[in-house]
Design a protein around this ligand. Structure first.
Ligand code: FES
Length: 129
């Protein structure tokens, strides 16, 4: 579990959450912002050089998608899966294409890369989506 307490700078009210070099392509990685028992949980996804960030909150029952660190993709790495009830999501859009929340989307977060570090726009420390 990685955690980012304070940003290296406050560029655009963002937070550094990971280094791009630590994210596989295709690949996914969880990040946390905040302290205590309930930090904000987020998810970075990279596919074909395209970077996305989502709140790690399933639209079905608001569970985190993963049970274990960074296990988000189905085998073959074409879709993201919620481990709780099996919802499947397109990594590029966050759209649920199969399962109990089909048609709903993961909450997208603005993200960008600066000097090899991945930034996410400041997000509320909450699991609400
Ligand atoms: S909580 Fe994700 S499919 Fe039910």
């Amino acid at each position: 579990m990685s955690s980012v307490d304070e940003p290296a700078s406050t560029s655009g009210a963002g937070r550094i959450v990971a280094r791009l070099a630590d994210l596989a392509d295709p690949g996914a990685r969880e990040f946390f912002i905040g302290e205590g028992d309930w930090p904000f949980r987020g998810l970075l996804v990279q596919v074909s050089g395209r970077l996305m960030a989502y709140a790690n909150v399933c639209p079905h029952k608001q569970h985190p998608l993963n049970l274990a660190d960074d296990e988000f993709f189905v085998p073959g790495q074409t879709l993201l899966r919620c481990a709780s009830h099996g919802a499947l999501f397109e990594p590029e859009s966050g759209l649920c294409v199969y399962g109990p929340c089909a048609g709903r989307k993961l909450r997208a977060l603005e993200c960008w890369v600066e000097n090899g570090e991945i930034w996410v726009r400041q997000v509320p420390i909450s699991h609400e989506s």
